[in-house]
Design a protein around this ligand. Structure first.
Ligand SMILES: [Zn+2]
Length: 714
């Protein structure tokens, strides 16, 4: 998925002049000096290792991997998906990775057997639900089957259509105020940019009593209103369709029938009817070419300005004609999916796990999403494998994971994370996620604040192929988008407001593992369509595959620093700063009569900041020695890893116990929500729940503080 990042920068201007000034080794020239987490002596050794590493990733090899990965459609659970899993496994063995295996999970993974959208009055017309072949793109000539929404309900209804804008609750309120009733009708809504998760649109329509929902791509959002369309430009052409899941994984991701535990053989499965994440509404995606026929036939109140799109007529809310027959038939099958995992076993702390992951399954060919990320990951595995063969093994174990069925409901990462929960909670240092590595040249990252420094420093150590500056410097200069970025401090590089939409979710929200998610993005209007393929990538996304290799370098530098540091490079001072900000804005949302309830939380935040400073000071002392004291650094390691785990609440966010992190949870839109338990209690106006959630958050912070404080004073 990862449309959140993709669309955040979509619309920015693609730099026309790609200046190729990457050094031979892909590192900026001034790369001396200290590295956070390392003594001076280890830092020198690490710099020299990184110089070797940075020469290894190859744009040509990334291109070749990408061409193979995207040669055929490879939706999760398909024969081609299996072929690619075996290909990844075999390559990883060849590269010298260890414990390479394919882990199978059997999960509810329905495919559509039939989708029909027909206008029955006025006149008769049938939506194509297919994309056209375009000149110069051999991939587009293939029949890739009917487009559908994963986990749509099956059904058959004939009803009037109502245009409901972006399909948010306020949009239905607007309709209701004008007497347009949605009950029993079919909602037509648009994919909105900035991104709002399609599952939220489905849930909202379901809650408002709609009988079905059609979600279409308006040209104002990702088509001709943005710029030239494919094959002449990167934006979506008239027939492009955004497939995707509509599952309610903001309640619980992973196999809907095993919520909170792994779909291993013989695992208990709940009845479908009890699955909180399964929609009860039919949903289907449309191109604007198909949606146009319906929109043009609509009458009723004129839609508000913000609902008007890029088509050359006034949009109306409808509610009377046209009448549409909508039918969706899903096969409701349980299918096997395949996670490929491997390791480079650490020499000093083999139990400590630095995990790198990317998903393999694609809606169709997966040019950007996810095969760009998979190609970058193959280069990462090859490069780190080569170093290990030369004797440069990591101190901590690096785990490689190639996920499956991410597009359905973050499925294989969730099942694998649930399966290995005890080990991961004990030993995981961090999880570094790359879903789509390159749809353009603008770097974007999201992370827990304890990793800000690692991300920023790594982005300082790797060259941006376009500008020849470091990735961090290019980002600060904002040279790529022509717009000014606020501030210019390191933290601007990293977004600390984490929502959902990719495979890091189980690590952060269920396991309490620090995470990073990153991507290079650009104008990209073919997300989840058949045009997201190798031809699109070579024409627009990353024609020379330089950003694929840059992502490998960045990813590798981060993994190597986490794996080799004398003290794991997690800095909780940044966390404390962000937390104070989150607490302040949350209190501001509360009723003034309730604000006194937050006093203990504010005090706990201050204690957390103090403990973070103490741990950082202790780390500095340990690292100031010629050789780090092993016992002292180990004590810090364990504490720094456990502090994030302490931010989990056993009972989770009320109503969605799987989401255990007290600082982060996704909203149903996938947008980030901070201090979710407290924030939702405020929104619900529930004073008792608010008091309980403040108490739980305070307790979690105090647990984390105690861990950091103990390590600092030992
Ligand atoms: Zn993806």
């Amino acid at each position: 998925m990862t449309a959140a990042i993709a669309n955040a920068t979509a619309g920015l201007i693609l730099c026309v002049l790609c200046v190729l000034c990457v050094d031979v080794d892909g590192a900026p020239e001034s790369t001396g000096g200290a590295i956070f987490g390392f003594t001076a002596r280890s830092a020198a050794r690490q710099r020299s290792l990184e110089r070797r590493f940075l020469t290894l990733p190859s744009p040509q090899k990334a291109r070749a991997a990408h061409a193979f990965l995207t040669a055929e459609p490879h939706v999760a659970g398909s024969p081609r998906d299996r072929v690619l899993a075996e290909w990844v496994r075999d390559r990883w063995r060849e590269y010298g990775l260890e414990h390479v295996e394919i882990v199978e999970h059997e999960v509810l993974l329905p495919y559509a057997t039939d989708v029909e959208v027909q206008m029955v009055a006025p006149g008769s017309w049938r939506a194509s639900l297919k994309e056209d072949a375009v000149a110069g793109d051999p991939f587009s000539t293939r029949d890739v089957g009917v487009a559908y929404h994963a986990y749509s309900a099956s059904g058959d209804v004939t009803a009037p259509v109502v245009y409901a804008g972006s399909g948010n609750p306020a949009d239905y309120d607007w309709l209701a105020e004008r007497g347009v009733d949605i009950k029993g009708k079919i909602a037509l809504v648009r994919y909105s940019v900035p991104y709002s998760y399609r599952g939220f649109k489905a849930l909202t329509a379901e809650q408002r009593g709609a009988a079905g929902i059609l979600i279409y791509s308006d040209p104002a959002d990702d088509g001709f209103k943005k710029g030239k369309t494919y094959p002449d430009g990167p934006w979506g052409p008239e027939s492009h369709i955004q497939r995707g899941g509509v599952v309610y994984d903001f309640r619980v991701p992973g196999d809907p029938l095993t919520p909170g535990w792994a779909s291993t053989p013989g695992a208990r499965r709940i009845p479908r009817a009890d699955a909180a994440s399964l929609p009860k509404i039919m949903s289907a995606p449309l191109s604007w070419r198909d949606a146009r026929v319906l929109l043009e036939a609509m009458r009723g109140p004129e839609a508000p300005g913000s609902w008007q799109g890029g088509l050359p007529f006034t949009y109306h809310a409808g509610g009377g004609p046209p009448t549409v027959h909508m039918r969706v038939q899903m096969d409701d099958k349980v299918r096997p999916i395949w996670t490929v995992t491997a390791r480079l076993t650490g020499t000093t702390y083999p139990d400590d796990l630095v995990i790198v992951g990317n998903h393999r399954d694609a809606w169709v060919y997966g040019g950007v999403d996810p095969s760009s990320g998979t190609a970058s990951m193959m280069e990462l595995a090859r490069s780190l494998g080569a170093l290990a063969r030369q004797g440069a093994r990591p101190k901590r174990t690096i785990v490689f994971a190639n996920w499956d069925a991410e597009e359905f409901t973050l499925t294989s990462s969730t099942e694998w994370g649930e399966q290995h929960a005890a080990d991961l909670r004990e030993h995981a240092v961090a999880y570094l996620n790359v879903d789509s590595s390159a749809s353009g040249i603008n770097f974007g990252s999201a992370a827990v604040p304890s990793l800000n420094r690692l991300v920023t420093d790594a982005a300082d150590a790797v060259i941006d192929p376009d500008s020849g500056l470091s990735i961090a410097a290019a980002h600060r200069r904002g040279s790529h988008d022509g717009g000014a970025l606020p501030g210019g401090t390191g933290s601007d590089l990293v977004n600390n407001r984490l929502g959902s939409g990719s495979d890091y979710t189980v690590f952060l929200n269920f396991l309490g593992v620090p995470i990073v998610d990153m991507s290079f993005t650009g104008p990209y209007g073919v997300y989840h369509s058949m045009y997201d393929n190798h031809t699109w990538m070579t024409k627009f996304g990353d024609p020379k595959f330089l950003y694929h290799a840059a992502m490998t370098r960045l990813w590798g530098v981060m993994a190597l620093r986490l794996a080799n540091a004398d003290v794991v490079p997690l800095d909780y001072r940044g966390y404390a700063d962000r937390l104070l900000e989150f607490v302040k804005e949350t209190i501001a949302r509360a009723r003034s009569a309730d604000r006194a309830m937050f006093t203990p939380l504010e005090a706990a935040s201050d204690r957390f900041a103090g403990a973070a400073r103490a741990a950082a000071a202790r780390t500095d002392t340990v690292l100031a020695a010629q050789i780090a004291d092993v016992r002292a650094s180990r004590t810090l390691d364990v504490a720094l890893m456990r502090a994030e785990r302490a931010l989990l609440d056993r009972d989770g966010v009320p109503g969605r116990p799987w989401y255990r992190h007290v600082i982060y949870a996704p909203k149903p839109t996938y947008a980030p929500e901070v201090l979710p338990g407290v924030a939702e209690a405020i929104d619900a106006g529930d004073r008792t729940r608010l008091a309980d959630q403040v108490r739980r958050l305070t307790a979690a912070l105090d647990r984390a503080s105690a861990i950091l404080r103990a390590a600092a004073t030992r």
